[in-house]
Design a protein around this ligand. Structure first.
Ligand SMILES: Cc1cc2nc3c(=O)[nH]c(=O)nc-3n(C[C@H](O)[C@H](O)[C@H](O)COP(=O)(O)OP(=O)(O)OC[C@H]3O[C@@H](n4cnc5c(N)ncnc54)[C@H](O)[C@@H]3O)c2cc1C
Ligand code: FES
Ligand code: FES
Length: 493
């Protein structure tokens, strides 16, 4: 039985298919057609809805946490215990919500197809951020996962600015917050005895997950679903048995220990970005460019890694940072290096009953232990658009420098082979060298030994190789001439 809160009503759904998406559920089962289908692949944001969850702080204060998701790539089972808010719910009787009224005032809509999605993104930004946070960069980022084909973005951004100016005013959601929290608490209390629904399993603990993996070897593991759901919406596959990790609190941690940073596989990319920002600003910059806000709210660190895509962004980073990966099954845990995980295209060293539990990055990957040394991490994402685009190449380079000389190096490259991979010949060339022209020339030759990239729709083999060679010049420039601007931001265009 699926139980969730739709606006302010508790809904019971006994018989939904495991792989039914929230979008199809809304439009076809509930006749709630305000939420639109554009791409059905998470790219356009027309189907954006908001999920609110009850969170309790360490001091016992409970509050509602709002986030956008793309309903086209969210399975209905993931609604369990949450409040679903769609565009139909925003108005307060006949008064439009400020997120809607601002679109009217600023002429933010022409054909209107994208409008419900934009409104939901603006609504979520208002509910989860203060007016003070809402500069232009923030708004661009919040709207980065929504596409408009006809109005143009300036009036829409104006609407978001206007709405954010009213973020502190109490809307009906704030007025009803106490009642909503009580309803969500009641749902959580009645939940644990009923954790599966028509092949959609929702383990609450790692122990339950281990058992389910052993009992249902043919079931697929679902984290954020931002890749898995495309099997249903794009390949038209049926997924009869799904084990969702999203309710396992044990998999959502980020712990800074004396020697290690430990990251739970279930941590969302939005949370990961918040936690890693101070430790590694370069990684935060990469994460801002990962999908759009809706995708980062859903996608997890473990899902990006286990997905084993040759063009995924985190695998090269985790390889370069000498990360260990903990795999777990009912038989116990084992730890392997991130690079050992990938065997051949989409083929990993994970056994059928295993799952990715956590990652450990040595703290020395971010700060040198020896005072005469410094650590430099660079994560370069090359894609056609700055926002919401998959990499043609992702190059992750970790250097330890003593003065001008490289004393240690590890790398990870995406888009250059059928798996995310280290460039061992390149690493051998770099150690003990200053990154001068002769070193870079040798490095360029080494890259040709490391990789024979493929041609595909994102980039030709020649482009991929050329861009990696050019990144070596950029790396040297950023190290030795930091005053030279090498970064493009959304506001440079
Ligand atoms: C619009 C859009 C933009 C995107 N942009 C980017 C981008 O910029 N960069 C990028 O790298 N990717 C991108 N992706 C791809 C995708 O979002 C990422 O790979 C994402 O991190 C997958 O994480 P998830 O939690 O959603 O995984 P899911 O979709 O839930 O799972 C992906 C795969 O991993 C398996 N899996 C998940 N978790 C585990 C686990 N803990 N143990 C074992 N197996 C597991 C699943 O069974 C499935 O096979 C994008 C996708 C979309 C739709
Ligand atoms: S329909 Fe395009 S993101 Fe969902
Ligand atoms: S108003 Fe037509 S796509 Fe945005």
């Amino acid at each position: 039985m699926l139980r969730y809160l739709y606006n302010d009503k508790i809904i019971h759904e006994p018989a939904l298919a495991a792989d039914l998406t929230v979008l199809d559920y809304l439009r076809e089962y509930k006749q709630l057609c305000g939420t639109k289908e554009g791409c059905a692949s998470g790219d356009c944001g027309a189907c954006t809805v908001v999920l609110a969850e009850r969170v309790v702080s360490d001091t016992g204060v409970e509050e509602l946490q709002y986030r956008t998701v793309n309903s086209c790539i969210t399975f209905a089972g993931a609604l369990q215990g949450k409040q679903l808010i769609t565009v139909e719910n925003l108005a307060d009787q006949k008064t439009l919500h400020p997120s809607q009224q601002s679109m009217v005032d600023c002429h933010g809509s022409q054909c209107g197809f994208c409008t419900p999605g934009f409104v939901m993104s603006i609504f979520s930004a208002m509910k989860s951020h203060s007016e003070q946070e809402a500069d232009r960069e923030f708004i661009d980022e919040q709207l980065g996962g929504n596409l408009c084909r006809c109005t143009g973005y300036r009036p829409i951004v104006d609407a978001a600015v206007q709405a954010m100016g009213q973020a502190t005013q109490a809307d009906k959601f704030s007025r009803n917050a106490k009642a909503t929290l009580a309803q969500l608490k009641e749902l959580a209390a009645t939940d644990s005895a009923d954790q599966s629904c028509n092949g959609f399993f929702r383990p609450q603990t790692v122990t339950e997950l281990c058992q389910l993996r052993a009992d249902y070897p043919q079931a697929v593991v679902l984290s954020g679903g931002t890749d898995l759901a495309l099997r249903v919406t794009q390949n038209l596959d049926s997924l009869d048995q799904i084990i969702m990790l999203g309710e396992i609190a044990e998999l959502k941690f980020f712990d800074v220990e004396s020697e290690l940073i430990r990251i739970g596989a279930g941590l969302s990319l939005t949370e990961f970005r918040k936690r890693i920002a101070d430790l590694c600003p370069d990684l935060e910059e990469l994460l801002v460019r990962f999908g759009g806000t809706q995708v980062r709210n859903q996608a997890t660190v473990g899902g990006n890694f286990a997905n084993a895509s040759p063009v995924g962004d985190l695998p090269p980073v985790l390889i370069a940072l000498n990360t260990s990966v903990v795999l777990q099954s009912i038989r116990g845990q084992r730890s392997i290096s991130a690079e050992e995980f990938f065997i051949s295209y989409k083929n990993t060293s994970m056994q059928t009953d295993e799952f990715v539990r956590e990652f450990s990055i040595p703290r020395s990957a971010f700060a040198a232990t020896d005072k005469s040394q410094r650590v430099i991490n660079r994560f370069y994402k090359i894609s056609k658009r700055l926002d919401d685009d998959i990499s043609a190449v992702c190059a992750a380079i970790h250097l330890v420098m003593e003065g001008e000389t490289v004393v240690e190096v590890s790398t990870g490259f995406g888009g250059m082979a059928e798996i995310p991979k280290r460039a061992l010949a390149l690493e051998a060339v770099l150690v003990g060298r200053v990154l001068d022209n002769s070193c870079i020339e040798d490095s360029r030759q080494a890259l040709k030994q490391d990789f024979a990239p493929i041609d595909d729709v994102r980039a030709s083999a020649g482009y991929r190789m050329q861009v990696c060679e050019n990144l070596l010049y950029r790396l040297a420039s950023e190290i030795y001439s930091p005053e030279v601007a090498t970064r493009v931001t959304a506001h440079d265009s």
